[in-house]
Design a protein around this ligand. Sequence first.
Ligand SMILES: [Fe+2]
Length: 382
Amino acid sequence: MFKKTLSLLSLMLLFSYAFSQNADIALTFKFSHGPYIQDVSKSGASIVFTTSQPSFSWVELTDNNGNTQAFYNIEHGVKMANNTFHTIRIDNLSPAKDYSYQLFSKEITKFDPYSVVYGDSITSESFSFSTLNPTAEELTFIEMSDIHGNNDKLEKLLHHADVQSADMVIYAGDMMDYYATEDQPFHNFIDKSVEVFASETPFWLVRGNHETRGRYSRNLFRYVPREDGRYYYTVKQGPVLFIFFDSGEDKPDDHPVYAGLNDFDNYREEQAAWLRQVVASDEYKDAPYRIVVTHIPPLADGWHSEQHITKTWLPILNEAGIDLMLAGHLHEYKYFPKDADIYAFPLIIGSNNTAARVVVNGEGIKLKTIDVNGNVIDEMKL
Ligand SMILES: [Fe+2]
C-alpha cells in the first residue's frame, strides 16, 4: 500500500514538473517571426513581425541625426493591442535615407474592460533599411520564382545571387505550394528570407497561382501588406519603373477544382485597364527603364491564363516600349529575344531552380541567370 501511494505520489510530482516545464515554454514571451520590410516607398515602409503572446507592440525609428520616434498601429483612435500579428506603418520619411529601427513589445496578460495588465517587456536588436531612391542611377535586384516552399533551395539561390549586395528581391510567385496552414508563408519562404536579408532589404511578392490555393489563401495579403490594398502596382526604384502584375490562376475560372470561387478573368481585365493608365502616366514616360514582372507569362498557345494574358495585357505592353519582362510558372528556363511580331521586348522565364541577378544603370540592363549550384546558365546585356 505504502509503495503504491509512493509511486502515485512520484507520478503526480512528475506530471506537475512536466506541466510546469511546458507552461514555462508556452509562456516565454518573444518575437516569433520577422521583422521584415514591406511596401517600402520613398517616404515610408511597413514593418511586419509577430509575438508569441498577445501584446502591445510598436517600432522605434532612428534617423541619421539620432532622432528617435515611436510608431504605432493606430486604427480608429486606438492603438492596436492584444494581438500577435503586427504591421507597423512608418510614414513621413525622406527618400534615399537610411534609418535604423527596433521592435518593442509588452505582453498583455489581462485585457478586461477596465483593467489591462502587462506582463513581460521585450526589445529586439537594431535593424536598418533605406527608403527608395527614385533618382539613383543604378539598381541591383534579385528575382526568382517557383521555389514551392523549398527553403534549402531558396537559401542557395539567395547566396549564389549575392543577395547581400542587392537593393531588393522580387519573388515572382509560387513561393508556396498552397496556403493550407495558418503561418505557412513564414515556414515556406518568409522566415528564411528574414534569416538571410528581409529585416533590412525589402522583398516584393508577385503572387503566383499556387499562392491563391488553399483554405488560408485569402489571408495572404496580411503577410505582404500594401497601403493601396492591391497585389498589382508599380514601384519606382533607381532607374527602373516596375510593373508588378497579379496573374491569377492558370485554368479557367469555371474549372471544377476552383468550386466557383475564382473570378480571375475579370481581375485580369481590371489590370489591363489599370495598365493603360500606367503607360499613359508621366512616371511611366519619364522612367529610364520599364520592367514588367508577372508570374504567368503571355503564351499564345498555352493554358487558359497564358492565352488570356496574351489577349488582355500583351497588346498594351507591345505598344508601350517596355525593356524587359520577367516571369516564371513553367519551371523551365526560357529566353525569348525581342521580336516585334510576338513580344516587342525581351521575355525571360525563370525556372524553379534559377535566380536572376539584374543590374540596371546608364549602360543598360545586365542580367545573369544562376542555378542552385552557383553556375551561370545565361548572361546577357539588354
Ligand atoms: Fe505557377
